[in-house]
Design a protein around this ligand. Structure first.
Ligand SMILES: Cc1cc2nc3c(=O)[nH]c(=O)nc-3n(C[C@H](O)[C@H](O)[C@H](O)COP(=O)(O)O)c2cc1C
Length: 264
């Protein structure tokens, strides 16, 4: 029998990030610091990573499937065989809108109105950005793109690597059949500080929970539209982060999903 680890860092972290009455004063200090610091709150009030000079390509408005909520929720299924066919820009638009699209206005961290999204986020801080890696997506060349929910647009952050995006993804993903049959992968990148400024050590919990909320939206919408999907935890973190151009410390991939359709 394998020896039982008594010092699992995950358990230590979980215990250390519990809200406890005895530690309330300490833990509230973080919240107070956030509330008292206008610059922190202002920085958190537009949680969209956007490059000021890069062009963004607008996505088509999402065409929401007519399926009932009951049927869509019940149709969701993971599969590592993603069909090998291409997705359309309409498919991508739907997946992104259902994962992280803007749905209205909420009160932001600075007390000013900010964009609310389909997925909830602790404190309205939205620490996650969605990076799109399209291998077979009609109307979109291979490359690394970042989703801008407020503009429902994609900003290209890098071209395709010299080896080709499909080959690069095959090196990042454990399951080769999944990698080969996916039309695209969407990686969720957390900028931890966006949540940490308010929640301190507990922020990491929020970030991971929020990743689940975001991915579930895409999976259910995909099921409703006949798109094959799978949540993706089996990736080589550093390889994928290198491909995306994120530093892997202040910002890291925390979750992903892959999608595809049957070949026409
Ligand atoms: C966080 C998370 C990570 C996952 N990672 C993978 C993965 O890397 N590869 C895969 O084939 N399935 C992955 N799955 C899918 C599970 O295998 C699947 O959800 C499970 O078998 C239940 O099946 P269902 O999703 O069809 O209900 C993941 C699911 C979750 C929630």
């Amino acid at each position: 029998m394998a020896p039982v680890a008594l010092d699992d860092p995950a358990e230590l972290y979980h215990a250390a990030s519990k809200l406890e009455p005895a530690l309330a004063a300490l833990q509230l200090a973080e919240l107070r610091r956030f509330a008292a610091e206008p610059a922190l709150r202002a920085a958190a009030s537009r949680p969209v990573r956007r490059h000021p000079y890069r062009a963004a390509s607008k996505l088509p408005a999402p065409a929401w499937p007519e399926l009932s909520l009951r049927d869509a929720v019940n149709a969701r299924r993971s599969t590592s065989q993603l069909g090998g066919g291409a997705l359309s820009l309409d498919d991508l638009s739907l997946l992104l809108a259902a994962a992280s699209g803007i749905t209205g206005t909420i009160e932001g961290p600075a007390g000013t109105p900010i964009s609310g999204r389909v997925a909830p986020s602790g404190g309205g801080l939205f620490p996650l950005d969605l990076y799109v890696l399209p291998v077979r997506c009609s109307g979109l060349s291979e490359g690394v793109y970042r989703y801008d929910p407020e503009r429902h647009a994609l900003e290209q952050v890098a071209g395709s690597p010299a080896e080709g995006l499909g080959n690069a993804l095959a090196r990042c993903i454990y399951q080769q059949e999944l990698a080969a049959s996916a039309a695209l992968v969407v990686a969720l990148v957390a900028t931890f500080a966006r949540s940490r400024v308010k929640y301190g050590p507990r922020a990491y919990r929020h970030v991971l929970l929020e990743a689940g909320h975001v991915v579930q939206g895409a999976l259910v919408a995909g099921a409703a539209a006949g798109i094959r999907t799978v949540p993706l935890g089996g990736y080589l973190d550093r390889e994928l982060e290198r491909l995306l151009g994120v530093d892997g410390v202040r910002e890291s991939v925390v979750h992903a999903f892959a999608a595809g359709r049957d070949e026409a």
